[in-house]
Structure formats: C-alpha cells, structure tokens
Design a protein around this ligand. Structure first.
Ligand code: NAD
Length: 709
C-alpha cells in the first residue's frame, strides 16, 4: 500500500511517497486521508514554508492510479472517485505555500496529474524518467484534472497528442514543452528540489520563463475558430486510427474542449462525469484485463511451480542470419547478450549483420541511445560460417529455411558442438517441434521459440514444448523471452501451435469468401472495422501468399476438411502472386513496396468477382468465429494452458482487437450460449467448418464463463 512519509527539513515539509511492499507507487483511496492531513499540516504549521513531494523508490515516482481499485469500486462510482481526486489536487494547487514535485522515473497518469497541481516540477535527466497520461490505453481518460491542467501548461497541441495517444515524454522534451521547469542530474534531484522549494518560499526564485509559443499555435489556440479547427482535425485523426472502436480519446477531446469553451470548473465537471462513464465501458474492462494478464504473464515461469531456475543466457547462438535471425540478434544485442550468428556463406552473414545494424540504429533513434551505446551493442554481434563460437552458447535459436530436413541437419550439427545442457530452440512457424527434435541426441532440451515478424516490433513470443522438453529448458526460453521484452505464452507442440493455427482458420475463411466472389477490399474493410490492424488479405500479401499457401497445406493435412485451403489462394499462388515482397499480390505495389489499390487482375487469375458479394457483418462473423472456435479447440485439446494465454497470444501475436480482450474474452462478453448458437447457425450453412468445440457446448449448457470478471 502506498503511504506518505512526512518530515520537515529546514522549513520544507518533505513528503515521501512510498509503497514498500510494491514495485511501484500507485495512488489509491487509502491515500486520501493522508493527503488531507499533509495539506492540513502544510497550511497550519508555521514552521513549514514550503512542500516538496518525492518518491521513496530509487527508480520511479508514481506509476498511476491503482488500477485494481478501479475494478472493484465497492459502490463508489467512477465519477465520485474522480471528484475526490480532483478535490484533493485542487486543494494542493491552491495551497498558500509553494509545492515542488521532484520527479525521477515513471511519472504517469495520476502521478503526473499530482505533479501538474504542484507549483514547480523538477525532474531527473535519467533515461527512465517519463511523464505521461496513458489513461486512454486502458480505455479511460485522466480523472484528476489532467485533461484541464495539462493543456494549460503545455498548450493544446502537445496536450492533445499526449492525452489522445497516451504517449509519454522524456525529461528533455518535457522541459522543452514546458511540462517541467527544470531538469537535473538524478544524484542532485533531492537537493535541488529542496533548494527550489526554499527559494520559492522566499520569493527569490526567478519566475520560470514561459514556454515560447509558435505563431501558428497562438493563432490556432487562442481563438474559437482556430481551436475548432484543431479539435476537428484531432477528431478525424482519432477516428482514422480507431474506426470509432475506442470511445475514450473522443470523450477526452470533448472534455478538453469544454474546459477551453466554458472554463476550468466546467471542464473538471465534464472530466469526472466522463471518467465515470469510461470506467464502466466494455472497452476499458478488456484493456484493463489485458494489462493484468500481461503482468501475470511476466510473473509466470512457464511451468507449474515449483519451477527450476532458468539458465542465465549470456551467449546466444543464432543459426540462419536471414530476416528472422537478424531480427532476433538485434533485440538480443540491445539487451546485452553476446550473439554469434551462423549462416552458409559470408555474404549472408554480412547481410545479416547489416540488418542488425539497421534495426539497432532505428530503435536507438527513438530511445535516445548514445552513439557509444549503439557501438557497444553492435560489438556484441558477430558471425561465422563454420559454427566457430557457437559451442559456447547457453541458448541456440535456429531460424533457417522452413524445411524439416534442413532444420534437422542444423540441429545435429549444432548439438555436436554445444554443451549438453544448452537449450536449443527452433523459430519454425509450422513444423512440429517433435519432428525436428526427433533428430536430436537430447530431445529434452529442444523446444520452439516462435517469434513474430518484425521481431523488434511484435510483442509476443510463443514457446512450444514437446512431451520430452524439460522444465529447465522451458523456463530458460520463457525467462529469456521476457528479457527480450516479450509477452510469453507456452503452448503444447501440435500442428500450427496456437497462433498459426487460429490465424489459418481465419485466413482460410477469408479465402472462401473470395471463392464466393466477395471483393478483396470488402473483406479487409469488414475486419478492420471489427478492430484488426489490417484485413486478412492485406496480411496475406504482407506475409507472402506462397508462405500462406504452404502453411495452409500443412494445417489441412493435420486438421482435415475444416482447414482445406481456399481455391482462390491456391490459384493466386499458381498465378505467381507472392504478395508485397514480389510486388504482385492481391493489391498493387509501387517500386518502393507501397500498397495501392486492389489488383483487378486477381479477379481473372485467382478469384471470381460477383456483384453484391457477402455483406460486411457476415464476413466478420465467418472469419472471427472460425478463429474463435479454433482457439476453443486448442484450449480443449490442451494446446493452450489457459484462456489467458489464448487471449494474450491472439492480441499480441495476431492483432486481435485489444478492446475485445481476445477470443476467450469475446466469448465471455457475448456468452457461451450465444456464441454456440451463432456457430451452429454457420455450421448449418457451411457444414464441416464451424462445428462448435465440445468445450463451448459444455460451457453453454452449464452457463459457464472463462473469467470471473
Ligand atoms: P530467411 O530466408 O530470411 O532466412 C533464412 C536464413 O537461413 C538464410 O539466410 C539462409 O541462408 C539460412 N540458412 C539456410 N540453411 C542454412 C544452414 N544449413 N545453416 C545455416 N544457415 C542456413 O527466412 P526467415 O523469414 O528469417 O525465416 C526463418 C525461419 O523463421 C523459418 O523457419 C520461418 O518459418 C520462421 N518464421 C518466419 C517468420 C517471417 O515472418 N518471416 C515469422 C515467424 C517464423
């Protein structure tokens, strides 16, 4: 529980926020009384001339409001909760004595709202320092005055960007936009904050100069017509990104606008009212679920407790320096692992290392990594064509061509060189791990580490275990995946594992819609409106139609009639369409690979085109329920350990709409009975493809849910 420690140092009331039993400080109802007492003391104690608020944690200020409390409001409405927070911060902002916020590490959500109510904000220059209002990422809006105070401090354009996207600012940018008054070295933060508090009390601190506003900003923000333009543009941009599926950013816009049009108090009233509404939305519930599910995955060792300790991966061997191998190498080097890449010739190694450099540099440019650090990271990566240096690896990840014989050969060659307890992982996306491992002397240390492309952007890692894989190998792969910043799920070895399998069911259905004469853009549009980042046909062009065709073949063999590939997909491959990489897919591509309109010639060599086609709601129903039912089957068969893994896998690996929580949350939201009915209806019209999983039938009969909340 977060508490406030109070101490008076030379006339400054030092308030230290700390939650000794938690990794981060959060703001919750238990702090209300302590806050009031603190402000009472500051007001009445004549020996107190100023206040300084600092965190007791070495690595963070306040991470935000206590989200768990938001889930269990115990009769209090979200609006009331927001009003309480607003009242406290209003009191803080009107104290007769100066209040300095000393910020180091994450200062997010309620933490930043608190800081905004202080008279002076000083922060450390540490890279971990970040200031932001990420509420929209949980389907909420700031509820303690943030929608009103932030624009007043940093201007409308910066505030809109921060509030509508949840983007946080690092120290230097926070200083530039006027969010903080001063940035200092972390070692001097406390001392400088105390000095500023004392100087403010003595009125000897020069008034911090105001942020200089650009002329365009002044023109747009300071007159009603200009503001109307800014708000309209912001609304359009939110709608373009969210397709209207996320209410919070739109509501935040209205609330900010109310503050501009009718003043601070009206803005605060609108904020607390809207906050209460947002807490109760389905979207917020699902986003909060994902937040907790990801946190739980971080603590999950990947095997039942008691789990053995993972092997510490200092040296990583990567076999195959292609697209995936170099992606993994880049991420690993950024986490300080020594990486040795092996490929068949020096040109491929050279290309792989160049790809690593590009990724590391691109990521560094976003995260303020110094040239020095980039050089250090790149120095960790080296290559070989004869396995030299691979023998010392703690973990080897194989990312060669998707071909069983090649993978088995590479496994044999690697095994002959590495220590017997080194872990061996294949990054295959379809070949059963058991088949690869059958070539091993020690199949017990073999598993799958299925990364997604591009490795540095995709947040999921699917670890695949066979009945022989040891717990030690599993925990090592899981722990290392987490070290690379991934959300990790563990699935049982089977064709297509979990993610490839459910994606295939979805893509096949999209293919069948093409077979029936539905237009490419109608299919893509329907699923983007549902909330996927791109439609299935665009995705197929991205992944490669030939690759998709191969995967579909493997899964059809394993799962029979319901996975038989669509005719149009087969014909597209035959017609030499490979997708974006070959500049010839379902869409047209320019010489830079930018996607254009649908290539109308697909309707002659791959799919028929009929007038009318299938309506959007039917497109969505068929594709989504094919995926959901396949996920239910994977759980029923024990491929998945839990609905939680299934939801995380679909959202973070495949882009299942986060505001829907994942396939299992989707079933819960509608009810098992309703999903069963809808699947039965589809099965009656398309026999053999939608037979509901027995698990769903049982759940519908006993009116069960996957999750209690
Ligand atoms: P790629 O063609 O870009 O790279 C494969 C590399 O392996 C090439 O550089 C090749 O020279 C090398 N190679 C082949 N035989 C070798 C051998 N005997 N020894 C050493 N190196 C050898 O392919 P990729 O896209 O990086 O895919 C690699 C693996 O990752 C495949 O199993 C694929 O299914 C899987 N995968 C790919 C994606 C993706 O989106 N590309 C996503 C997930 C998983």
């Amino acid at each position: 529980m977060t508490t406030l420690l109070r101490d008076i140092e030379n006339g400054t009331l030092v308030v230290t926020i700390d939650a000794p039993d938690q990794s981060v400080n959060t703001l919750g109802a238990s702090l209300v009384d302590e806050f009031e007492e603190m402000m009472q003391l500051a007001t009445t104690d004549a020996s107190v001339a100023s206040v300084m608020i600092i965190s007791g944690k070495p690595d963070g200020f306040i991470a935000g409001a206590d989200i768990e409390q938001l889930q269990h409001l115990n009769g209090v409405t979200g609006t009331e909760l927001s009003r309480t927070g607003q009242r406290l911060l209003d009191h803080l902002s009107t104290l007769r004595k100066p209040v300095v916020a000393a910020i180091h590490g994450a200062c997010l959500g309620g933490g930043l709202e608190l800081a905004l109510a202080c008279s002076y904000r000083i922060c450390s220059s540490d890279p971990s320092t970040s200031l932001g209002l990420p509420e929209v990422q949980l389907g909420l809006i700031p509820g303690m005055g943030g929608t009103q105070r932030l624009p007043r401090h940093v201007g409308l354009d910066v505030a809109l960007d921060m509030i509508l996207t949840g983007r946080a600012l690092h120290a230097e940018r926070a200083l530039r936009v006027g969010l903080v008054h001063e940035v200092v070295h972390p070692s001097t933060l406390r001392e400088m904050a105390l000095a500023r508090a004392a100087a403010l009390a003595r009125h000897t601190l020069p008034v911090p100069h105001k942020r200089r506003k650009r002329t365009t900003t002044v023109l747009l923000e300071h007159n009603a017509i200009g503001r109307a333009i800014v708000f309209r543009k912001a609304r359009q941009s939110v709608l373009a990104k969210t397709h209207g599926n996320y209410p919070a950013p739109l509501v935040a816009l209205d609330v900010i606008r109310t503050g501009y049009d009718r003043g601070m108090q009206a803005g605060l009233d609108a904020e607390s009212h809207a906050f209460g509404q947002m807490v109760a939305t389905q979207q917020s519930r699902e986003l909060v679920f994902l937040f907790f599910a990801s946190n739980a995955a971080k603590k999950d060792p990947g095997v039942p407790e008691p789990a053995p300790d993972p092997r510490d991966v200092q040296r990583l061997g990567i076999i195959g320096a292609g697209f995936m191998g170099s992606g993994i190498a880049a991420v690993a080097s950024q986490r300080g692992t020594l990486v040795r890449m092996q490929d068949t010739d020096t040109a491929k190694i050279g290309k792989g290392i160049a790809a690593v450099r590009d990724i590391v540099r691109e990521r560094a440019s976003r995260s303020r990594t110094s040239h020095h650090q980039i050089d250090d990271q790149l120095a960790l990566v080296s290559g070989t064509t004869d396995y030299s240096g691979i023998g010392a690896s703690d973990l080897v990840i194989e990312a060669v061509f998707e071909d069983l014989a090649t993978k088995q050969q590479v496994l044999r060659e690697t095994e002959a060189r590495v220590a017997t307890d080194a872990v061996y992982a294949s990054n295959t996306s379809t070949i059963p791990i058991g088949e690869i491992a059958s070539a091993a002397e020690h199949p017990e240390r073999v598993l799958g580490m299925h990364f997604f492309s591009p490795v540095h952007r995709m947040p999921l890692l699917e670890v695949i275990t066979t009945p022989e894989t040891t717990a030690q190998a599993t925990v090592t792969a899981v722990a290392y995946g987490k070290r690379l910043g991934k959300t990790v799920i563990v699935v049982r070895d089977s064709p297509g594992f979990y993610t490839t399998r459910i994606l295939s069911a979805y893509m096949n259905e999209a293919g069948r819609l093409l077979d029936e004469g539905t237009r490419v853009e109608a299919i893509d549009e329907a699923l983007v409106t549902f909330g996927f980042p791109v439609g299935p046909i665009t995705l197929l062009d991205e992944v490669g139609i030939d690759v998709g065709g191969k995967v579909a073949g493997v899964l059809a063999q394993a799962y029979g009639s319901r996975m038989v590939p669509a005719d149009s997909m087969r014909r597209a491959v035959q017609a030499g369409r490979t997708g974006r990489k070959g500049r010839k897919g379902f869409y047209l591509y320019d010489s830079r690979g930018e996607r254009g309109k649908v290539d109308e010639t697909v309707y002659t060599d791959a799919a028929p085109s009929k007038a009318g086609g299938v309506p959007a709601n039917e497109i969505t129903e068929r594709c989504v329920l094919a995926m959901v039912n396949e996920a239910l089957l994977a759980l029923q068969e024990g491929v998945l350990r839990s609905p939680r893994d299934g939801d995380l896998g679909a959202v973070f690996g495949l882009g299942f709409p986060p505001f829907r929580g994942g396939p299992f949350r989707y079933v819960d939201a509608a009810s098992a009975e309703e999903i069963l009915e809808r699947l039965e209806d589809l099965e009656s019209r398309y026999p053999g493809r939608f037979a509901p999983a027995d698990l769903l039938v049982d759940m519908a009969r006993s009116r069960k849910r996957f999750y209690s909340v």
